[in-house]
Design a protein around this ligand. Sequence first.
Ligand SMILES: Cc1cc2nc3c(=O)[nH]c(=O)nc-3n(C[C@H](O)[C@H](O)[C@H](O)COP(=O)(O)O)c2cc1C
Length: 429
Amino acid sequence: MDAAARYVAAMADRGPLDIRWDLAPLRHKRHPSAEWVEPRHPLGALLRGMLGITRVIWRHTDAGPMAIPGRPAPSGGGLYPIEAYVGGPDGLFHYDPVHEVLEVLRTGDHGPARICLTAVFWRSMFKYGDYAYRLICQEIGVLRTQAEVVAATLGMTVTFGDADDSPLGLDESRESPLAVLHVEPYERVCPPEPARPPREARPLPLPFPPGAARDLHQAADTTPRTRRPAQGVRAGTVDLRDGLHARHSPVGGFRPAPVPLADIVATAGLADCPDLDLYLLALRVDGLPSAAYRYDGDLRRVHAAPLESLGSGPLIANTREALTTAAAVIVPVGDPLAGTARDHRDQLIETGASLQRATLAAAALGLTSRIHSDGACEATDRVLGLPGPARSLSSLLVGVPRSRGPDLVLRFPDAREGGPKARPEHPDQ
Ligand SMILES: Cc1cc2nc3c(=O)[nH]c(=O)nc-3n(C[C@H](O)[C@H](O)[C@H](O)COP(=O)(O)O)c2cc1C
């Protein structure tokens, strides 16, 4: 069995979470002694639109009110394991999303302008164990779509590609590059020379523990891909830029109201891409009987296990609850073992990219959505009547937002005007 097959088998049989709160890492990376430079426009706006802290969510819980910092794109468990570095002709920088600055790591020519996306594995693994790797790779895809759509609002182009060999000075047992976004235009900054290489804040995240996920990661880095990821997605009827501002994942499900068929078709159309098959569970769609459908430009009903048998799967409580009010579930499908470990990782990235297009399409249409990873399970596969080795790869619940939910979301305006930011004198470690 190769690394992807072992990983898929281990994830199908993964058991309950064993969360290591005692070893929880820092929520984001910082280099407290680094010099700061402000990213120039439009790069700064792109980074903020991908990873900035742009919202605060006031949530009322049994333990009292809670304020949670929110970011523009979804992240598994809200753990944000992806970091961004900027390499360019003027230096190498790390993006600090809290202060919205670039930390100067090195000066000098670091090649053509690009954003390198890395994963701090432990930031997600302390909670999800090996399953985190699947979420991390999907999140790279989420950020790919997010970057492409934000760039379109800024007149920028971003081109997604493989992580290159340029050294970022990382301890790759903890954090490793997964993808690169080439960006244009790029305006140089004049970074001050660091007196000594800036050190990462302590405590360091734990190294990537040995196991099926680490084996998959190593195999994906070293085996060639056999399937070139297909380029291009069907042109949609919705402008995804319109979804950027409103997007957030509802916590308490949806208003149990039907959604117009045209909106569901438009959302599914944007999730569709040549590398994945797309399925849809219609639960509350005007003019569409509640059933499972395959989407290939048209919706084709599949006759398989009844929708009610979804409940026999190992769904977690919030998914079960959200299913009672959702209008539809979008399910990307593929054979996770059709190629090499590298192809498997590409497929996870593509899944995330597809879900984020549907997410932004739903938000642009005044709907809302949430990824429920546990919806990818055998019970769902039976309801979809999936043939042969094809499997559900994730699930996106879509519905009508509640008019008054338990959350109040305050969005921060872009604070670029207001002069340069001063680094605190005694930065916390
Ligand atoms: C790859 C991925 C997997 C996710 N899986 C789940 C999930 O299984 N269950 C769930 O409730 N939310 C899931 N989410 C949604 C996140 O919990 C949510 O994005 C996060 O809490 C941040 O909230 P926001 O999307 O409102 O910004 C997932 C998000 C991503 C990107």
